[in-house]
Design a protein around this ligand. Structure first.
Ligand code: CAA
Length: 258
Protein backbone atom coordinates (compact mmCIF):
# COMPACT_ATOMS: atom_id res chain seq x y z
CA UNK A 1 0.00 0.00 0.00
CA UNK A 2 1.13 3.53 -0.75
CA UNK A 3 0.87 5.70 2.31
CA UNK A 4 0.20 9.44 2.12
CA UNK A 5 1.07 10.50 5.64
CA UNK A 6 3.47 7.92 7.00
CA UNK A 7 6.59 6.11 5.83
CA UNK A 8 6.73 2.40 6.62
CA UNK A 9 9.98 0.46 6.66
CA UNK A 10 11.53 -2.56 8.28
CA UNK A 11 14.89 -2.50 10.03
CA UNK A 12 15.98 -6.03 10.85
CA UNK A 13 13.12 -7.53 12.86
CA UNK A 14 11.69 -4.10 13.70
CA UNK A 15 8.81 -2.38 11.92
CA UNK A 16 9.33 1.37 11.68
CA UNK A 17 6.50 3.86 11.18
CA UNK A 18 7.54 7.47 10.58
CA UNK A 19 4.80 10.09 10.73
CA UNK A 20 5.22 12.24 7.66
CA UNK A 21 3.14 15.41 7.50
CA UNK A 22 6.04 17.79 8.10
CA UNK A 23 4.20 20.95 7.06
CA UNK A 24 1.54 20.36 9.72
CA UNK A 25 4.01 19.14 12.36
CA UNK A 26 2.57 15.64 11.89
CA UNK A 27 -0.91 16.71 12.97
CA UNK A 28 -2.96 13.54 13.18
CA UNK A 29 -5.78 13.48 10.66
CA UNK A 30 -8.07 10.53 10.04
CA UNK A 31 -6.11 9.26 7.05
CA UNK A 32 -2.85 9.29 8.99
CA UNK A 33 -4.33 7.39 11.91
CA UNK A 34 -5.95 4.87 9.52
CA UNK A 35 -2.56 4.40 7.91
CA UNK A 36 -0.90 3.72 11.27
CA UNK A 37 -3.55 1.06 11.89
CA UNK A 38 -2.97 -0.51 8.50
CA UNK A 39 0.80 -0.58 9.01
CA UNK A 40 0.36 -2.14 12.45
CA UNK A 41 -1.92 -4.81 10.98
CA UNK A 42 0.86 -5.73 8.57
CA UNK A 43 3.57 -5.78 11.24
CA UNK A 44 1.43 -7.77 13.61
CA UNK A 45 0.73 -10.40 10.96
CA UNK A 46 4.36 -10.65 9.86
CA UNK A 47 6.52 -13.48 11.21
CA UNK A 48 9.56 -11.34 10.44
CA UNK A 49 8.65 -8.54 12.85
CA UNK A 50 9.03 -8.73 16.63
CA UNK A 51 8.53 -5.10 17.67
CA UNK A 52 7.50 -1.74 16.24
CA UNK A 53 8.85 1.80 16.55
CA UNK A 54 6.72 4.87 15.85
CA UNK A 55 8.56 8.13 15.34
CA UNK A 56 8.07 11.61 13.91
CA UNK A 57 10.46 14.31 12.76
CA UNK A 58 13.18 16.28 14.52
CA UNK A 59 10.73 19.11 15.16
CA UNK A 60 7.62 17.15 16.05
CA UNK A 61 6.59 13.66 16.98
CA UNK A 62 3.06 15.00 16.45
CA UNK A 63 1.54 18.36 17.39
CA UNK A 64 -1.85 16.85 18.10
CA UNK A 65 -5.04 15.93 16.35
CA UNK A 66 -5.58 17.96 13.19
CA UNK A 67 -7.28 21.12 14.44
CA UNK A 68 -8.33 22.25 10.96
CA UNK A 69 -10.06 18.92 10.32
CA UNK A 70 -12.14 19.07 13.49
CA UNK A 71 -12.71 22.82 13.81
CA UNK A 72 -16.20 22.69 12.31
CA UNK A 73 -17.29 19.37 13.83
CA UNK A 74 -20.75 19.24 15.33
CA UNK A 75 -21.52 17.07 18.32
CA UNK A 76 -23.12 14.55 15.95
CA UNK A 77 -20.02 14.48 13.73
CA UNK A 78 -17.89 13.63 16.73
CA UNK A 79 -20.33 11.25 18.41
CA UNK A 80 -21.72 9.41 15.41
CA UNK A 81 -18.32 9.19 13.75
CA UNK A 82 -16.85 7.85 17.03
CA UNK A 83 -14.11 10.43 16.64
CA UNK A 84 -10.76 9.32 18.12
CA UNK A 85 -11.88 5.91 19.41
CA UNK A 86 -12.75 4.63 15.94
CA UNK A 87 -9.21 4.17 14.70
CA UNK A 88 -6.84 5.42 17.41
CA UNK A 89 -7.23 2.48 19.74
CA UNK A 90 -5.47 0.25 17.20
CA UNK A 91 -2.11 1.24 18.69
CA UNK A 92 -3.21 0.03 22.09
CA UNK A 93 -4.58 -3.23 20.71
CA UNK A 94 -1.33 -4.17 18.98
CA UNK A 95 -0.07 -7.31 20.72
CA UNK A 96 3.55 -6.81 19.75
CA UNK A 97 5.55 -4.17 21.65
CA UNK A 98 5.41 -0.64 20.25
CA UNK A 99 8.01 1.98 21.20
CA UNK A 100 7.54 5.71 20.61
CA UNK A 101 10.73 7.58 19.68
CA UNK A 102 9.84 11.18 20.44
CA UNK A 103 11.72 14.32 19.40
CA UNK A 104 10.24 17.81 19.48
CA UNK A 105 6.56 18.40 20.12
CA UNK A 106 4.33 15.60 21.41
CA UNK A 107 1.19 17.58 22.12
CA UNK A 108 -2.47 16.73 22.56
CA UNK A 109 -3.15 13.66 20.44
CA UNK A 110 0.61 13.43 19.80
CA UNK A 111 1.29 12.98 23.51
CA UNK A 112 -1.66 10.59 23.67
CA UNK A 113 -0.36 8.55 20.74
CA UNK A 114 3.04 8.28 22.47
CA UNK A 115 1.30 7.18 25.68
CA UNK A 116 -0.60 4.45 23.81
CA UNK A 117 2.77 2.93 22.99
CA UNK A 118 4.42 0.56 25.47
CA UNK A 119 7.36 2.81 26.20
CA UNK A 120 8.56 6.24 25.21
CA UNK A 121 12.19 6.99 24.43
CA UNK A 122 12.62 10.76 24.29
CA UNK A 123 15.11 13.06 22.66
CA UNK A 124 16.42 15.84 24.88
CA UNK A 125 14.39 18.17 22.63
CA UNK A 126 11.06 16.49 23.39
CA UNK A 127 8.18 18.55 24.74
CA UNK A 128 5.05 16.88 26.05
CA UNK A 129 1.75 18.61 26.68
CA UNK A 130 -2.03 18.41 26.66
CA UNK A 131 -2.90 21.95 25.51
CA UNK A 132 -6.49 21.13 24.40
CA UNK A 133 -7.89 23.47 27.07
CA UNK A 134 -6.63 26.38 24.97
CA UNK A 135 -8.84 25.19 22.11
CA UNK A 136 -11.96 24.93 24.21
CA UNK A 137 -11.87 21.13 24.36
CA UNK A 138 -10.30 18.46 26.53
CA UNK A 139 -7.94 15.62 25.68
CA UNK A 140 -9.89 12.96 23.82
CA UNK A 141 -7.49 10.11 23.18
CA UNK A 142 -6.64 9.16 26.73
CA UNK A 143 -4.79 12.24 28.01
CA UNK A 144 -6.87 12.61 31.14
CA UNK A 145 -6.56 8.87 31.84
CA UNK A 146 -3.11 7.70 30.78
CA UNK A 147 -1.24 10.81 31.88
CA UNK A 148 -2.27 10.58 35.57
CA UNK A 149 -1.44 6.88 35.52
CA UNK A 150 2.02 7.73 34.18
CA UNK A 151 2.91 10.89 36.11
CA UNK A 152 0.37 11.11 38.94
CA UNK A 153 -2.52 13.49 39.54
CA UNK A 154 -0.51 16.61 40.36
CA UNK A 155 1.42 16.83 37.11
CA UNK A 156 -1.47 15.52 35.00
CA UNK A 157 -3.76 18.26 36.34
CA UNK A 158 -1.00 20.83 35.86
CA UNK A 159 -0.45 19.88 32.22
CA UNK A 160 -4.12 19.44 31.27
CA UNK A 161 -5.37 22.54 33.09
CA UNK A 162 -2.60 25.04 32.35
CA UNK A 163 -1.56 23.70 28.92
CA UNK A 164 2.11 24.10 29.82
CA UNK A 165 4.66 21.86 28.13
CA UNK A 166 6.90 19.42 30.02
CA UNK A 167 10.44 18.95 28.74
CA UNK A 168 12.18 15.59 28.38
CA UNK A 169 14.06 15.83 31.65
CA UNK A 170 10.91 16.55 33.64
CA UNK A 171 9.07 13.81 31.73
CA UNK A 172 11.72 11.28 32.68
CA UNK A 173 11.68 12.41 36.32
CA UNK A 174 7.89 12.09 36.34
CA UNK A 175 7.95 8.59 34.84
CA UNK A 176 6.40 9.36 31.45
CA UNK A 177 9.46 8.37 29.45
CA UNK A 178 11.83 5.50 30.02
CA UNK A 179 15.01 7.10 28.66
CA UNK A 180 16.24 10.49 27.45
CA UNK A 181 19.01 10.61 24.84
CA UNK A 182 20.55 13.29 22.63
CA UNK A 183 18.19 14.11 19.76
CA UNK A 184 20.43 12.68 17.06
CA UNK A 185 20.45 9.31 18.81
CA UNK A 186 16.77 8.91 19.66
CA UNK A 187 15.76 6.78 16.69
CA UNK A 188 18.82 4.52 16.93
CA UNK A 189 18.21 4.06 20.64
CA UNK A 190 14.57 3.10 20.03
CA UNK A 191 15.45 0.79 17.14
CA UNK A 192 18.14 -0.91 19.26
CA UNK A 193 15.70 -1.43 22.13
CA UNK A 194 13.12 -2.80 19.69
CA UNK A 195 15.68 -5.12 18.07
CA UNK A 196 16.64 -6.44 21.51
CA UNK A 197 13.00 -7.15 22.29
CA UNK A 198 12.49 -8.74 18.86
CA UNK A 199 15.32 -11.17 19.63
CA UNK A 200 13.46 -12.71 22.58
CA UNK A 201 10.67 -15.26 22.46
CA UNK A 202 7.63 -13.52 20.94
CA UNK A 203 5.00 -15.33 23.05
CA UNK A 204 6.94 -14.42 26.20
CA UNK A 205 7.26 -10.79 25.09
CA UNK A 206 3.51 -10.72 24.42
CA UNK A 207 2.80 -12.27 27.83
CA UNK A 208 4.95 -9.61 29.51
CA UNK A 209 3.18 -6.81 27.64
CA UNK A 210 -0.24 -8.23 28.53
CA UNK A 211 0.73 -8.69 32.18
CA UNK A 212 2.19 -5.20 32.65
CA UNK A 213 -0.90 -3.69 31.00
CA UNK A 214 -3.05 -5.74 33.35
CA UNK A 215 -1.54 -3.79 36.25
CA UNK A 216 -3.50 -0.76 35.03
CA UNK A 217 -6.79 -2.61 34.78
CA UNK A 218 -6.96 -4.58 38.03
CA UNK A 219 -6.42 -4.66 41.78
CA UNK A 220 -3.01 -5.88 43.00
CA UNK A 221 -4.31 -9.28 44.03
CA UNK A 222 -6.15 -9.77 40.70
CA UNK A 223 -3.05 -8.63 38.83
CA UNK A 224 -0.81 -10.99 40.78
CA UNK A 225 -3.20 -13.85 40.07
CA UNK A 226 -3.18 -13.00 36.37
CA UNK A 227 0.63 -12.85 36.37
CA UNK A 228 0.92 -16.21 38.14
CA UNK A 229 -1.41 -17.94 35.66
CA UNK A 230 0.52 -16.53 32.72
CA UNK A 231 3.84 -17.33 34.43
CA UNK A 232 2.80 -20.96 34.89
CA UNK A 233 1.72 -21.18 31.25
CA UNK A 234 5.19 -20.05 30.13
CA UNK A 235 6.46 -23.47 31.24
CA UNK A 236 4.49 -24.96 28.33
CA UNK A 237 6.72 -23.13 25.84
CA UNK A 238 9.66 -24.68 23.99
CA UNK A 239 11.32 -21.32 24.45
CA UNK A 240 11.33 -21.71 28.24
CA UNK A 241 13.18 -25.02 27.82
CA UNK A 242 15.58 -23.40 25.38
CA UNK A 243 16.17 -20.26 27.49
CA UNK A 244 16.98 -22.20 30.63
CA UNK A 245 18.99 -24.93 28.84
CA UNK A 246 21.06 -22.21 27.17
CA UNK A 247 21.72 -20.52 30.51
CA UNK A 248 22.84 -23.80 32.08
CA UNK A 249 25.04 -24.63 29.07
CA UNK A 250 26.46 -21.06 29.07
CA UNK A 251 25.45 -20.45 25.46
CA UNK A 252 23.14 -17.98 23.71
CA UNK A 253 19.52 -19.13 23.50
CA UNK A 254 18.05 -19.76 20.05
CA UNK A 255 14.39 -19.00 20.59
CA UNK A 256 12.07 -20.83 18.23
CA UNK A 257 9.04 -18.59 18.42
CA UNK A 258 10.03 -15.16 17.24
N1 CAA B 1 -3.40 20.65 13.74
C1 CAA B 1 -3.30 21.19 12.52
N2 CAA B 1 -2.23 21.91 12.11
C2 CAA B 1 -1.23 22.08 13.01
C3 CAA B 1 -1.29 21.57 14.30
C4 CAA B 1 -2.44 20.81 14.66
N3 CAA B 1 -2.57 20.20 15.87
N4 CAA B 1 -0.16 21.92 14.98
C5 CAA B 1 0.58 22.64 14.11
N5 CAA B 1 -0.07 22.76 12.92
C6 CAA B 1 0.38 23.46 11.72
C7 CAA B 1 0.23 24.97 11.88
O1 CAA B 1 -1.09 25.37 11.61
C8 CAA B 1 1.24 25.46 10.86
O2 CAA B 1 0.66 25.37 9.59
P1 CAA B 1 0.85 26.59 8.53
O3 CAA B 1 2.33 26.65 8.29
O4 CAA B 1 0.06 26.14 7.34
O5 CAA B 1 0.33 27.81 9.21
C9 CAA B 1 2.35 24.43 10.92
O6 CAA B 1 1.76 23.27 11.53
C10 CAA B 1 3.51 24.86 11.78
O7 CAA B 1 3.02 25.26 13.05
P2 CAA B 1 3.39 26.65 13.75
O8 CAA B 1 3.63 27.70 12.71
O9 CAA B 1 2.33 26.94 14.77
O10 CAA B 1 4.77 26.26 14.42
P3 CAA B 1 5.40 26.86 15.76
O11 CAA B 1 6.77 26.27 15.84
O12 CAA B 1 5.25 28.32 15.83
O13 CAA B 1 4.51 26.26 16.96
C11 CAA B 1 3.33 24.50 18.14
C12 CAA B 1 4.50 24.87 17.19
C13 CAA B 1 3.56 25.07 19.53
C14 CAA B 1 3.31 22.98 18.20
C15 CAA B 1 2.00 25.05 17.57
O14 CAA B 1 1.91 24.66 16.22
C16 CAA B 1 0.77 24.56 18.27
O15 CAA B 1 0.44 25.05 19.34
N6 CAA B 1 0.07 23.57 17.68
C17 CAA B 1 -1.17 23.06 18.22
C18 CAA B 1 -0.96 22.17 19.43
C19 CAA B 1 -2.27 21.68 19.97
O16 CAA B 1 -3.11 22.44 20.40
N7 CAA B 1 -2.48 20.35 19.96
C20 CAA B 1 -3.71 19.75 20.45
C21 CAA B 1 -4.64 19.50 19.30
S1 CAA B 1 -6.25 18.97 19.82
C22 CAA B 1 -6.07 17.32 20.16
O17 CAA B 1 -5.02 16.75 19.97
C23 CAA B 1 -7.30 16.61 20.67
C24 CAA B 1 -7.06 15.24 21.18
O18 CAA B 1 -6.94 15.01 22.37
C25 CAA B 1 -6.99 14.11 20.29
Amino acid sequence: MNYENIVVETRGRVGLITLNRPKALNALNDTLVDEIGHALDGFEASEDIGAVVITGSEKAFAAGADIGAMASFSYMDAYKGDYITRNWERVRSCRKPVIAAVAGFALGGGCELAMMCDMIIAADTAKFGQPEVKLGILPGAGGTQRLPRAVGKAKAMDLCLTARFMDAEEAERAGLVSRVVPAEKVLDEALAAAETIAGYSLPVVMMIKESVNRAFESSLSEGLLFERRVFHSAFALDDQKEGMAAFVAKRKPAFKHR
